[in-house]
Design a binder for this molecule. Structure first.
Ligand code: TXA
Ligand code: MG
Length: 321
């Protein structure tokens, strides 16, 4: 539970140019006043994030959008109507009020309105838009509890609004409207709102494969969300060999797996095979395996549809060297 006092203290800290970790429905964010370049610089410093990886700006209410985005194409308006507040970030042409450091100098800005009462009450109390990446050190596993945030930053980040575990568990879907001159929508990152849900509203959209991503934007880079233990994403017809029993190997599986007894540790994402439940459990399960001193982790694939797209995207990046 987060008290009104904690929220108003956190909002004061933001107005003084400080950093606050706060919960959202996807993962915990590391927030600063998006209109204060010096405050935003502290995010990059604390995370160890390269300056060329742009941040998402979080708003409490849709009416804050017009101060940040210069153009709102009709399809973007339809997505906002249907999915905000929610786990969907839209990349739109930016107003000059958004400092370059937020967007890494790009002429566009990613914006989202989180579907989380504490997040929105906090943002509203600051009176400004809040730029926030996931509250983890650069390239590490995203935090889905306040304890994960504290583990990463300790005393370096005293203010963490703790509202328990995140309801979705994977980051927002990022859809860009600046990839083409006619503002056609393009999926940049699969996330909490599924491609199927988006296409049900605005029809087929372009998908920017990871390999086509801007090599200067680490959010699009292969290696990310990485545990320190080597992780291999295997195919669904994977067959166990002796190495599993001769080494300390952990298994990250979607449902229960017939070979589970042979592993040193097992995390099942959803015994009943529910992708939503698997997404909620994904990052915490990865963390638990990573903390066990294993030689390696074998991750089984999940069906690549609906939320399974976001899960597979994160597993591929966790497996990338
Ligand atoms: O669910 C979420 O989106 C979480 C919570 C805290 O809201 N935030 C999050 O932020 O995942 P971060 O920084 O970990 O990921 C931001 C992603 C990156 O892939 C970045 O490259 C992309 O958004 N992005 C931000 N601004 C962009 C822009 N102007 N153009 C293209 N991609 C952009
Ligand atoms: Mg992140």
């Amino acid at each position: 539970m987060v008290t009104q006092q904690e929220i108003s203290d956190a909002a004061n800290l933001i107005r003084r140019g400080g950093l606050v970790a706060f919960p959202t429905e996807t993962v915990y964010g590391l927030g600063a006043n998006a209109l204060n370049a010096d405050a935003v610089a502290k995010i990059f410093e604390l995370k160890g994030r390269p300056r060329f990886d742009p941040l998402i700006v979080h708003i409490a209410d849709v009416d804050q959008l017009v101060d940040l985005a210069k153009v709102i194409p009709p399809a973007a308006a339809e997505l906002i109507e249907r999915f905000w507040p929610g786990p969907l970030s839209l990349v739109l042409p930016k107003h000059s009020s958004v400092p370059d450091i937020v967007t890494s100098g790009l002429p566009s800005v990613a914006i989202r309105c989180p579907d989380h009462d504490v997040a929105r009450t906090f943002i509203r109390a600051t009176g400004v838009p809040i730029s926030a990446p996931s509250a983890n050190r650069f390239g590490m596993i995203s935090p889905t509890t306040a304890a994960h945030v504290r583990q990463q930053f300790g005393d370096q980040l005293p203010t963490v609004l703790d509202d328990g575990p995140c309801r979705i568990g994977v980051e927002s879907t990022v859809v860009s409207f600046v990839e083409s001159s006619d503002h056609r929508p393009t999926l940049l990152r699969p996330g909490g709102v599924t491609l199927e849900e988006i296409q049900a509203v605005i029809g087929t959209i372009d998908i920017k494969a990871q390999s086509e991503g801007n090599p200067n934007a680490p959010g699009q880079l292969a290696s990310h969300y990485a545990p320190t233990t080597p992780l291999t994403l295997v195919a669904s017809d994977w067959v166990m060999d002796d190495s599993i029993e001769n080494q300390k190997v952990g298994l990250l599986s979607f449902q229960t797996h017939s070979a589970a007894a042979h592993f040193a540790a097992v995390e099942v994402l959803s015994a009943k095979g529910c992708l939503r439940e698997a997404a909620v459990n994904l990052f915490a399960a990865l963390r638990r395996l990573d903390e066990m001193g294993l030689d390696s982790i074998i991750a089984m694939p999940v069906p690549e549809a609906e939320l399974g797209r976001a899960i597979m995207d994160r597993l591929r990046r966790a497996a990338a060297k």
